[in-house]
Design a protein. Structure first.
Length: 410
């Protein structure tokens, strides 16, 4: 007997018929004698609709009420799945975040899970019940208010519940059958991976792969939750394999580059004619940090005449905000001009093998140059490198790197 968490995303619970199909997946595991906690998302499109309603009611809304509104989608699916399970003879009950409780910080709209009491769920298992948990939501105890964990947050609910109840595995059921070497819509030759390490998955998710919420991978890594990404569209009686996210030591065939991620949601800002003296980086980046703008790649050109250029990227959605802050700080920074571009993309190669192999990124620069792709900025770290390029070349660059590192399927 094992203890499992099964998480189903929005497309897997998009309507009552699909919820019935989910119930069959749960029944398969329950019939094996496993203890099962299920975490569900809202029906596909529901959260977007709720967010839109909230904005329509008031552009400048109270974030606490935003959470009260958007958390409701998961309440519906949790109840519906419990009913669908009961109908096929599986004892089940729904749990909302506050009922368990899942305690979070008070950062409404992007709260962090602080602790989960696994005991009530375990008592339910002992009564022979499946626990159906509303993902994405929790409660901020000091105020008693409902919180949500940020878009895509049910992945994090699932992994955190798995850690709290010491589950043997956390299965994330989605509309794809695993984690791919890159987005198969861009590279048809992308391959499903059997396994990927926590660290690589964290980079893949942070750098644009949309399969899991970044924070869920952090939680899985910290608590060593064996997490399995698999498809809910398989035959519930005969499901296929997926991708296991696990410790590095459990990966037999390590590759130098494991995957290629990309993100089109980037914007570039260049400050020209910045004085090359102590304190200028702080003058640029402290106001941005204080305003909550996420700065990513930073390139500073070596100066010849004590003047320098500084290029960096921010999420495209924060571009106007960042520009306004920099214009306001112009007197304290002291730059000649500000240029920006939103039509840029970041393409990254990820692999733990980079730690022990030299020249991995250099090969990419050569391959991209051969294809006429201009690189605007580069960043590297221990297990990844990223290049910033014109957005129009995204697909070409992703395909080029995917073949270069031998990731194409035969
Ligand atoms: N329903 C929420 C969202 O769409 C949470 C989730 O699906 O993970 O962001
Ligand atoms: Mg999701």
């Amino acid at each position: 007997m094992a203890r499992l968490v099964m998480k189903f995303g929005g497309t897997s619970v998009a309507n009552v018929e699909r919820i019935r199909n989910v119930a069959l997946h749960v029944k398969r595991e329950a019939d094996e004698g496993h203890q099962v906690a299920v975490v569900v998302s809202a029906m596909a499109g529901k959260t977007n609709e709720l967010v839109a309603w909230c904005k329509e009611a008031s552009e400048l809304h109270d974030q606490r009420e935003y959470d009260a509104i958007v958390a409701s989608g998961e309440q519906v699916t949790a109840g519906l799945l419990a009913v669908a399970l009961q109908k096929i003879g599986i004892p089940a009950r729904s749990w909302l975040g506050w009922q368990i409780p899942i305690l979070t910080s008070g950062a409404h709209g992007s709260a962090r899970i602080q602790s989960i009491d696994g005991a009530p769920l375990v008592r339910g298992f002992e009564r022979g019940e499946v626990a159906v948990i509303a993902g994405f939501q929790g409660i901020h105890q000091p105020t008693g208010r409902i919180t949500t964990l940020g878009r895509g947050g049910s992945d994090t609910s699932a992994v955190a519940v798995a850690a709290a109840i010491h589950a043997d595995r956390c299965d994330i059921y989605t509309d794809v059958d695993g984690v791919y070497t890159t987005d198969p819509r861009v590279v048809p030759k992308a391959r499903r991976m059997e396994r990927i390490s926590f660290e690589e998955m964290l980079e893949m998710a942070s750098l644009g792969a949309k399969v899991l919420q970044v924070r869920s991978v952090e939680v899985a890594m910290v608590h060593k939750v064996r997490t399995f990404v698999r498809s809910s569209f398989d035959d519930p009686a005969r499901p296929n394999s997926g991708t296991l996210i696990c410790n590095e030591e459990d990966i037999v065939e390590a590759q130098i580059v494991t995957g290629i991620a990309f993100s089109r949601d980037e914007a570039q800002i260049t400050l020209r004619g910045v004085a090359d003296k102590p304190g200028v980086a702080a003058a640029v980046f402290v106001p941005l940090a204080e305003a909550g703008v996420n700065v990513d790649m930073i390139v500073q050109v070596a100066s010849s005449d004590s003047m320098t250029d500084m290029t960096f990227t921010v999420p495209a959605a924060e571009f106007e905000h960042a520009r306004a802050i920099l214009e306001k700080s112009k007197p304290s920074i002291g730059y000649a001009s500000l240029a920006g571009a939103k039509d840029v993309a970041k393409v990254s190669a990820i692999g733990i093998g980079m730690r022990s192999h030299a020249g991995v990124a250099a090969r990419a620069f050569k391959a991209l140059a051969d294809k006429g792709v201009n690189i605007r900025a580069i960043t590297t770290s221990e297990i990844k490198f990223s290049v910033l390029i014109d957005e129009a070349y995204t697909e070409l660059a992703v395909r080029t790197l995917h073949s270069l590192y031998g990731l194409d399927a035969a």
